[in-house]
Design a protein around this ligand. Sequence first.
Ligand code: MG
Length: 341
Amino acid sequence: MFTLRYRTQELALMHAFGISRWTRTHVKNVFVELEADGIVGLGEASPNARYQESHETAEAYLAKLNFSNIGRTHDVTVLLNYINSVQPGEYAAKAAVEMAFWDWLGKKLNVPIHRLWNAPTEIGPVSSFTIGIDSDEVIRKKVAEAESFPILKVKLGTDQDEQIIQTIRSLTNKTIWVDANEGWKTLDVAKARLDFLQDKNIGMIEQPMPAAQSLEIAELKKITPIPLIADEGFTGNETLEELAHCYTGINIKLMKIGSMHKAMQTISEARKLGLKIMIGCMIETALANTAAGILSMWADYADIDGFLLLKDRPYKGFDFDAQNRVSLNSLPGLGVVEKSV
Ligand code: MG
């Protein structure tokens, strides 16, 4: 039978990090260990207030789990049926438990998870580096620090959007992905921003308007050639057909969808509808980021830089190659090791 352990750890960020909803200097993530047969699988939850989750709610959920109900299984559907039956929601905590299960299973079978799943490649898409909302001076500094990254993801959704883009464009012409984080509240504002951005080498725009404003977002999709990606608008509980009317693609994050297994099923269903696939992350260590990195082998876009925003880096997982593409290793399980600090 599996034994579950968990603990919350506060992780310091390199710099205060701001998006349209908040600015923070620390995150509190919950780390999970699932042990059986002397093998320990590792998982991580980064609960997000946007989805009514916190480290407290995650821990309260984890405290309810009792694996004597399912024994020691190799079948992920048995695990998922059980952890979903205990309580709805708590996707970050569920993602952590399932991640730990895959890490355990891969270690038990002595195989990397991406090989167990027959990944089409071990080198995925180029990953972006995220520039949060900040002062002009700090944005300049961050752009300089991100020199080796070929794609910048820039947080907008403020009344300084044009200034932020002009500052970055005065320094570099590299591709920018914009993330408005629901910050453009009306169709007029969103159209004005699209107009401004149209000749600025913008590779995509994440969540231009609030997720609930799907009719307006569908209007935007009709008038812009820039791909529109659902992030807050896609949690895993929506109808993909409806999303395909509003967006070009979806940003799948483990902390929203709650399961690598469900993420894989969603990728295949979304592909049938012509949706592009982006794999994103919350502010996570290399542990959860490597689980996301595995999913990115099937994706068009990767934004897996959470661990780079952290000063505290307790794990080592996937690497970036010289072109900043997600590059998986050959270690069993997720391919993550604890760093001796
Ligand atoms: Mg986003």
